[in-house]
Design a protein around this ligand. Structure first.
Ligand SMILES: Cc1cc2nc3c(=O)[nH]c(=O)nc-3n(C[C@H](O)[C@H](O)[C@H](O)COP(=O)(O)OP(=O)(O)OC[C@H]3O[C@@H](n4cnc5c(N)ncnc54)[C@H](O)[C@@H]3O)c2cc1C
Length: 217
């Protein structure tokens, strides 16, 4: 069993989960994920690794169904049945490139380790976070620490640019010499961004988070 250090709602429906682990940090790299099972009878679900140190690992998740609802009910001191990782393919550490990082819903949190790693490798980072409304945007300051510039997009216009990421990106890419676009978030955001950058000929990497039966692929 693995002890819950912290579980808090960041914005409606999106939670931070910190679980005790003294091992995972040893091999963890940006872009990887862990598998979590809330209880003995639960399903194993994959969640991106957001942060890690000698004592714990952090994840950001969106409450969508049975397992994520169980995780959303956890309190400090509770335990989860499974925590396995790191798993997956780490994100390539590019150097001295101009990179646009796009995040939406839980992907705003999932961007953090990747933006941090890109910045450490002396890339120039533009971070774009998007949500339906201003109240669903989060971690602007954390991401800004590792970004050269940060833009907010809301579909209802309550903060930043009004619209969807595609409207913003086309204009941005035409005015700037972008080497790579990196996207984290739900399937629609990754699809929309890829279809926007494809005709513009800009290489695009997405955090591929399809449905995984029992987290085994
Ligand atoms: C490699 C990887 C990394 C992931 N990282 C994160 C993360 O950091 N944070 C996070 O919140 N989620 C992440 N996900 C998605 C997360 O694993 C699912 O949301 C979770 O398994 C849903 O479990 P549930 O029992 O709560 O919902 P379910 O009851 O299984 O599903 C509820 C609804 O969500 C849909 N759904 C379930 N899984 C997905 C999915 N992967 N993509 C699109 N729709 C889905 C179902 O079709 C259903 O309509 C990741 C997925 C993968 C494969």
């Amino acid at each position: 069993m693995y002890k819950v250090v912290k579980r808090e709602q960041i914005v409606p429906n999106i939670h931070l989960l910190v679980i005790k682990s003294e091992i995972i940090h040893k091999n963890a790299r940006a872009g990887e994920f862990v598998v979590v099972r809330a209880d003995e009878k639960g399903e194993r679900i994959p969640l991106n690794l957001i942060d890690w140190d000698k004592e714990s690992v952090s994840m950001v998740f969106m409450e969508v169904g049975t397992s994520t609802s169980k995780l959303a009910a956890l309190k400090e001191g509770d335990e989860v049945a499974t925590l396995a990782g790191p798993l997956g393919k780490p994100t390539d550490a590019l150097r001295e490139k101009r990179i646009v990082c796009v995040g939406g819903c839980y992907g705003i949190g999932a961007l953090l380790p990747v933006v941090r790693m890109f910045k450490k490798n002396k890339n120039c980072i533009t971070t774009i976070i998007e949500a339906r409304s201003a109240s669903l945007l989060y971690w602007q300051n954390k991401l800004a620490n590792y970004s050269d510039e940060l833009y907010e997009i809301t579909r209802d216009g309550t903060k930043g640019f009004k619209g969807h990421v595609n409207d913003f990106l086309v204009d941005y890419i035409k005015k700037n010499n972008v080497d790579l676009v990196y996207v984290q978030g739900c399937t629609y955001l990754t699809y929309l961004t890829s279809e926007t950058t494809r005709p513009l000929g800009v290489k695009t990497i997405v955090g591929l988070n399809p449905i995984m039966v029992d987290a085994t692929g």
